[in-house]
Design a protein around this ligand. Structure first.
Ligand code: GLU
Length: 484
């Protein structure tokens, strides 16, 4: 296998949104291929017709596109091993199931649902007892002629063990006596996942199967299918579970109660696709011998290797993701940043506000784009004033000293002809100098009067530029009358 071109795949079932855990599987599978100049396939596994969700396949395609996980073969892209949607490959699976019947590795089973139900214990657990394992050709032909529904089952060996070496978890071994004769083709003619993914992985030339560790212990069954066909088994790379932090401090499988768990929800909450990718790349993998945290997709492709994967469950930390996102937002060029920030400001604020300037002030201060709404509440509304905000130890201000500043500065500001930050700053600075006041004390009074809150994105004159002349002066007048 060493000199063979490496080929991996992502094989999602279109059963809903794109869970972050699935996205991580896609990413690792992609990175493994690309780290070794290999190929990456997308295959849609839609044979479980009951679980299908309308539009879910499109969500998968869109997510891969937005995250930059591009596939060499797959729906829409094509390739030599298509079609890449399992429901379009049903004849192929029937053909391969027939081969197994012919070689004695599979058989027809005509057991009724009632009979199978009767094999279950009180807890509803029960396997198959091999009832149809040795039906004669005559019995099979008769049942077929009567039109009895049937499934095709894999004949598991009765003795011995089946083992494989997982690249992350090491050797996995199971006694064959524990394996039930699993269904390969269902009564409706559709193959089971257990069967068709093996056929597809083989036919599509997949060398490394990367997927969640929920498949770790069923993989021996898949290995037996490879053996039955006489095919070379692929390398298996099972990934640790993604966990979320519970309120009580414990961790459990990442689910909605921990917060947004789908890629789209995170994007809707104001996270950037690149920040999400960077963060989840580190949830279960770390670069060998390096502390690097920020990675472009190209850097990930260069650094990724299986030996950096961990087998311990990784915990999804929303605060850490917010931090990554804030760093990514800071690095966004102005035009791309404004493309996202301005529509939000347009939605909340009127035309009198200099939104471009406000967006600039927020650029280094938000962790997600959704933070913008909360950060500008003081712009869209005049908040209730808490006069204790005028008291500031460092600048030695009090409500009284601020009132004096506001009264003095109002006419000066009314006289400013060119309403911009530099001009306003110069006027206030000159005033402070003329009265032998600290510039900080003057700025403090104006900033609190205009913003009506303590922490603001930007100083007094920047905020006045954002608010514009009329709104700024009006807010100062209101502050004077409240303080007087
Ligand atoms: N369709 C399976 C799933 O979504 C794929 C598992 C695999 O990668 O083999 O869980």
């Amino acid at each position: 296998m060493a000199d063979k071109l490496i080929k991996t795949r992502f094989a999602p079932s279109p059963t809903g949104f794109m869970h972050i855990g699935n996205l991580r599987t896609a990413l690792y599978s992609y990175l493994l291929a690309k780290s070794q100049s290999g190929k990456f396939i997308l295959r849609i596994e839609d044979t479980d017709q009951v679980r299908l969700v309308e539009g879910a396949a499109d969500v998968i395609l869109k997510t891969l596109e937005m995250t930059g996980i591009d596939y060499d073969e797959g729906p829409g892209v094509g390739g030599d091993n298509g079609p890449y949607v399992q429901s379009q490959r049903l004849d192929i699976y029937r053909g391969y199931a027939q081969k197994l019947i012919d070689s004695g590795h599979a058989y027809y089973c005509f057991c009724t649902p009632e009979r199978l139900e009767s094999l279950k214990d009180d807890k509803g657990i029960g396997g198959y007892d091999g009832h149809c394992r040795s039906l004669s050709k005559e019995e099979i032909d008769k049942n077929m002629a009567e039109g009895k529904p049937f499934v095709i089952r894999q004949r598991m060996p009765d003795t011995g063990t089946t083992s494989y070496v997982d690249q992350v978890y090491g050797e996995v071994s199971i006694d064959n006596s524990e394996l039930r004769d699993q269904v390969l083709i269902k009564a409706d003619g559709y193959p089971t996942y257990n069967f068709c993914h093996v056929v597809d992985d083989y036919l599509m030339g997949v060398t490394h199967v990367v997927r969640g560790n929920e498949y770790l212990t069923s993989t021996p069954k898949y290995c037996l299918l490879y053996d039955a066909f006489g095919w070379e088994r692929p390398c298996y790379v099972h990934l640790p579970l993604l966990m979320g932090k519970d309120e009580d401090g414990n961790v459990s499988k990442l689910s909605k109660r921990h917060g947004a768990v789908s890629f789209q929800d995170l994007v809707n909450d104001g996270f950037l696709p690149q920040a999400i990718v960077n963060y989840i790349a580190l949830l279960g993998w770390c670069p060998k011998g390096s502390e690097q945290e920020f990675f472009t997709m190209d850097e990930l492709k260069q650094s990724f290797s299986i030996d950096g994967l961990s087998k311990s469950p990784a915990v999804f930390d929303y605060e850490k993701l917010r931090w990554f996102n804030s760093e990514y937002i800071k690095k966004l060029p102005d035009d791309l940043y404004e493309e996202k920030a301005l529509p939000i400001l347009d939605e909340i604020l009127g035309d009198n506000i200099d939104k471009k300037k406000l967006a600039q002030l927020l650029h280094s201060r938000i962790s997600t784009f959704s933070d913008i709404r909360e950060s500008v509440a003081f712009v869209s509304d005049r908040l209730d004033m808490d006069s204790s905000l005028y008291t500031n130890k460092k600048n030695k201000t009090t409500p009284e000293s601020c009132l004096e500043v506001l009264r003095d500065c109002l006419p000066l500001l009314e006289g400013v002809s060119d309403w911009n930050n530099d001009e306003l700053f110069a006027v206030l600075k000159d005033y402070a100098a003329s009265k032998e006041k600290k510039a900080g004390a003057v700025m403090w009074a104006i900033r609190i009067a205009v913003a009506r809150q303590g922490v603001t994105p930007g100083g007094a004159t920047e905020l006045m530029e954002v608010f514009g002349r009329e709104e700024s002066l009006d807010r100062i007048r209101q502050a004077i009358s409240e303080l007087a």
